[in-house]
Write a protein of this length. Structure first.
Length: 300
């Protein structure tokens, strides 16, 4: 169990260990419980650890944080304008004296730098669920490498919404934590009341919500058609309006994911071009790097 040091603040729990936090305080703004951000983050982690699902999630996340960053999980988490998790792609070039094409393709190494932010305005209740959501992304999401041939619009959108650690599973875990920890005190949480937590069928119910486009349906269809995709490529897409909107871009998730894909795709193609120029062609990027950039040259 995480135990906070006693901190001198005017809050009723200030001198107590976190596990003594009374549930009647769950409505308070999490970022203002203590004046020290580290203590507030530990407060959220401690609250999350009161649920069985949260405890498992924290163990897995701590292990991953330690493996990837050689640091503690709590050092990856910050307060911010909204709750989000981010994986920054870092491409490292290794010096390799061999001139064979296969050896040169090994010169490129992809790494990720992770960060998690939690909405500083949220209550302890909401922020704990947000933390469960973002940790699910962090632990289970398989980031697609924008320099690989698998980095396609269809793969990207599908992975963001219904892939391992995608939006559907993050909300599903959020619902499980709500069910275990908050249900009696906060009986209403959209969709969570309807889930049976029986695996795939519940996940599909959640995924359908994330594929709802409402007024953005036609914009999305116009965009995917530029990439040769059809509505049948996304069977769960519909015109239904859902409250699930990307907090970062304020539009439905499929469209937000498509815009993210285009941004990453353009950036990776520009980087390839820069690398070719700066190494005067000696980097010898694999053919697939150029294949995936040709649509960009054709003006999409
Ligand atoms: Zn999410």
């Amino acid at each position: 169990m995480l135990v906070l040091p006693a901190l001198g603040h005017a809050w009723p729990i200030a001198s107590a260990t976190i596990q003594h936090l009374d549930s009647k305080n769950f409505g308070q703004r999490w970022s203002q419980v203590f004046s020290n951000e580290d203590a507030n983050i530990k407060l959220l982690m401690q609250t999350l650890s009161r649920s069985k699902t949260g405890t498992t999630l924290l163990k897995l996340a701590s292990k991953k944080a330690n493996t990837h960053t050689n640091d503690l999980l709590e050092h990856m988490i910050k307060s911010g304008a909204h709750s989000a998790s981010d994986a920054t792609i870092i491409r490292k070039t290794r010096n390799n004296t061999s001139s064979s094409a296969s050896a040169n393709s090994d010169q490129l190494k992809i790494d990720y730098r992770y960060s998690i932010t939690i909405d500083r305005e949220a209550s302890i209740y909401t922020a704990t669920l947000d933390l469960a959501h973002e940790l699910t992304h962090f632990v289970f999401r398989q980031e697609l490498n924008p320099y690989s041939k698998d980095f396609t619009l269809k793969n990207f959108i599908t992975s963001i919404i219904e892939g391992p650690g995608g939006e559907a599973s993050a909300y599903y875990i959020e619902c499980k934590v709500w069910h275990e920890l908050f249900r009696s005190q906060y009986p209403n949480k959209y969709l969570c009341e309807e889930l049976t937590f029986s695996g795939n069928s519940s996940l599909k119910v959640v995924a359908s919500e994330f594929y709802s486009l409402g007024d953005y349906y036609d914009d999305f269809m116009a965009l995917i058609s530029k990439f040769g995709l059809r509505p049948s490529d996304f069977p769960l897409i519909d015109r239904h309006t859902s409250p699930f909107i990307s907090a970062v871009s304020d539009i439905p998730y499929p469209l937000a994911a498509a815009k993210d894909f285009i941004r990453l795709w353009k950036k990776s193609c520009q980087n390839d071009l820069k690398m070719q120029i700066s190494t005067r062609g000696s980097a010898q990027l694999p053919q697939e790097h150029f294949d995936r950039c040709k649509d960009l040259l054709l003006g999409i």
